[in-house]
Design a protein around this ligand. Sequence first.
Ligand code: HEM
Ligand SMILES: [Cu+2]
Length: 841
Amino acid sequence: MNDARPETGYQTPETAIRLHHELDAVWGSGHGLERLSAVNHTVVGKRFMVTALVFFAIGGVLAMLIRAQLASTNSAFLDAAQYAQVFTMHGVIMMFLFAIPFFEGLAIYLLPKMLGARDLAFPRMSAYGYWCYLFGGTFLVAALLFGIAPDGGWFMYTPLSSRPYSPGINADVWLLGITFVEISALSAAIEIMVTILKLRSPGMSLTRMPIFAWYMLVVAAMMIIGFPPLILGSILLEVERAFDLPFFDPTRGGDPLLWQHLFWLFGHPEVYIIFLPAAGALSTIIPVLCRTRLEGYGLIVAAIVAMAFLSFGLWVHHMYTVGIPHVALSFFSAASALVAIPTGIQIFAWLATMAHGRPRYSIPMLHVFGFFFVFVAGGLTGVMLAMVPFDWQAHDTHFVVAHLHYVLVGGFVFPMMAAAYYWLPHITGRQPVQHLSKPAFWLIFIGFNVTFFIMHLTGLRGMPRRVFEYPQAAGWEVLNFISSVGSFVMTIGFALVALDLIMLIRHGRPFRRDPWEAGTLEWATPTPPPSYNFGSLPHIDTRADALAPRSLGPELAAGRGYLGFMRNGWMETLTVDMVSGRLDHVVVLPRPTYLPLWTAIATAAFFASLLAKIYWFTPVAFIAVVILFFLWTPATGLKQDVGPLEVGRGERALHHQEVAQPPSWWAVVFALAANATLYTSLVFGALFLWLSAPNWPPLDLDFTFVLPSLIGAGTLVTAAIAGRFANGQAGRTVTSLAVTLVAHMISVGAVAVLLMSIPAPTGHAASAAAFAVAVYVGLHAAIGAVLAIYGLWRWNSGYIGPSRMLDLRIGRLWHDYTAVAGLIGLAFPFVLQSLTGIGGR
Ligand code: HEM
Ligand SMILES: [Cu+2]
C-alpha cells in the first residue's frame, strides 16, 4: 500500500468483457507453481474437496481390509495389532479427514457465491487451514505405512491410550495429528461464521438467506463450541503421556472417565456437525429437483437451532455403561429420543416439498432417495440404542457399527453424492454423461444394505466390535461372509461413481448458465466461475432461493450492480449489517501470497517437534508461527483515512479499516468464544475430578502463593484498563500501550513464581490441574504483551489513527478476556483448596 491518498471514485468499464479482464487481472490465482500461493475460495474449496475424496478412498481401502479379515473365521490376513491400526485409522480418516473437510470444502466453495460475495472473509485463513489439513492428514496416513498408526480406536479411550498401555508413539500420532487437523477445522468454522454473518449482498437480511447458509451458520457455531473440549482433552492426554501430569490416572487423583466426557462432549455434536451440512445440501437441492419452493423454511431454521442445542446435552448416551447415576441416565435417554423431533420436522418438510412439486427423476434425486431410506433406518436403530436397557445389551457389538454406518453413510455419503451430481456442473461447466450413474447408484445402495443390515444380526447374536477374529463355534461365519461380499459390491459402485464423475469432467456437455433452473445466486455466475465470482454484486429484495439467475447473471456481469469496477487494484467486496442486511462497509481482501503455506509449514514443524520429542525446537517453531502471522497483517492496512467510498448504485460506504466492527473484529470474538469453551472445559474438568475421581481430596496439598496471585491479578486488570486508553491519538496511545506491555510482563513473572510454588504437578491431579490453569493464564498474558508490542509497531508504521483503530480494538478484546480468565484462574487454586478441604470422599 503506498502513502499517497488512494483514489475513492470509480469508472465502470464500457463492456462486460473489459470488466472481466480488469477484475480477473487482480483476482486471478496465477498458473503453475504460483498456484501454491492461491487464497481464492473457489480454488481452496476445490482443494479441500479433492483431498477429502482421496482420504475417503484410503479409508475405503482400509474398510475393505477389515471386511476381508472378517469374511471367515480363520483368516490370517491381519494380526491383532495390524487390525487395531486398520479399524482405528478407518474411523479416524472417515470422521476427521473425509467428512469434516469435505463439507468444509463445499461450504468454502459455495457460500460466497450463494451469498453474493466475491470471496470469504479471510481468504488466507482458509488457505492456511487447507495446508494444516493436508499436512496433518498426510502425517496420520504416513504413520500407517510405518506401522506406528494410532490403534486405540477412533475415540482413543484412556487408560488404553495412556502411557502404560500404549507405550509407543502411536497414540501421540493421533493426539498431535488430530489437534493439527482440528486447528484447520476451527479456523474454517470461524471463517464460515463471519462470512455468513457479514459478507452478504446488500438487502439479504437473515430471513432472506438461502437455507444452506442457515445450516452452515449453525454448524459453524457448533464447531466453535464442540471442538475445543476435544482439543483440550488431546492436550491434557499428550501432557500426561509426555510429562506425566496425571489427569487420567486414577492412582494419582485422575480419572479415565474425564477423557470420555471430554471426547463425547465433542463426539456427539460431531455427528450432527456432519449431518447438518448434508441436510443443508438436501434442503437446497430437493426443491429445485422438484421444481418448487422449500416448504417450512422458518420451521426448518427453528429445528436446526433446536437440534444444535439438544445435541450438546446428549453426549452421555455414549457412556450408559460406565456407571452413571440412574436419574441422569433417564434424563439423557429421554433427551436422546427427543432429538428425533427436529430431525422429523426436516424429513417431513422435504417430503412435503416433494409432494407439492413435480419431481425430476434425475441422478441427484436417486441419491436423495438413497438418503431417505438408509438414514431413516439408521434413525430407528438410534432410537433403540437411546433406550438404556437395550444399549446395555448392544453396546460395543456390531449392532452399533451397523447403526453408526446407517447414520453416517445415509446422512452424509448419499446426500453428498447427490450434491456432487448437482453442483459438479457448476464447478466444471459441464453436465453429466449419465451412462454409469444409475448402475453405480444401485450397486452402492444394494451393496451397502447387504453389508450393514447383516451387521445388526451379527451384533444381536453377540459379535463384539473391534475383534480381528472369532471362533467357528460362534456361528457368525455365513453372515459375515455375506456382509463382506456386500461391501465389495459397494466398492465397485463407488469406483463407478468415480469413473462417472471423471467422464462428466472430461466429456460432459457444456452449458451456459443454471442447468437446473435453480433460484440461488451461485447459478448467476458464469460456469465454471471466474476468480471474482460476480462482475458486480446484486441488491437482494426477496428470499435468496427465489431469484432468477438466468436474467440476473448477465446484468451482474455487465457491471450493473455494486462494485462493478476496479479501484486502486483493490480486491473489494461488501459487508452488511448482520440482521437487517443493510449495506455496511467495504472490505478490501488480501492478494495471493505464500504466507499461509509458510505458516502451515512452521505449524507442522511445531507439531513434529512435539512428536519427535525434540522439545528445544518447539518454542522456536512456535515463535516462527507467531512472527509469520504478524507478517500477514500489513497487506490490507491503510496509512491514511480515505473516508466514504462510492460503491455504485449511488451509495457510499466506509473502508473496513475505518469502522468499529469489521469482519476481523468478529473473528476475534468468535475465536475467544472457542477459547473460552476450552478454558471452561478445563476448569470443569478439574471440578469433575474433585467430585468423582478416586483419591480425592489429596492428602497433602499445600498451596502458599497469595502474593504472586494478587500481583498477577492486579497487573492483568491494569493491562486491560490501560488498553482502553489507547484511542489512536498521539502520546496517549503510546503511553497506554507501554503500560499494557509492562503490566503483562509483570503478570507473566508473577505466574512463573506461582508455577514454582505449586506442589509437584506429577504428584496428584489436583496440582496438575492448578498447574495447567496457571500455564493457561501465563500464556495469555504473554500473548497480551506481544499484542501490545504489535500495537506499538503498527502505530509507528502509520497504520493507526483516530478512525483506524482496528488493531487497538482487537488488542483490547484480548486484554479484557485475559483479565477475566486470569482472575478466575488465579482464584482457582484457592477454590480448589477450600473445596478439597471440605469435601471429596
Ligand atoms: C465404505 C464403506 C464402509 C465400510 C465397508 C465400513 C466398514 C466398517 C467396519 C466393518 C467397521 C468395524 C470395525 C470393527 O469394529 O472391527 C467400521 C468402523 C467404523 N467406521 Fe466404517 N465403513 C465404511 C464407511 C464408513 C464411513 C463413510 C464412515 C464415516 C463417515 C465410517 C466410520 C466408521 C467409524 C467411526 C468406525 C468405528 C471405528 C472404531 O471402532 O474405532 N465408515 N467400518
Ligand atoms: Cu451420540
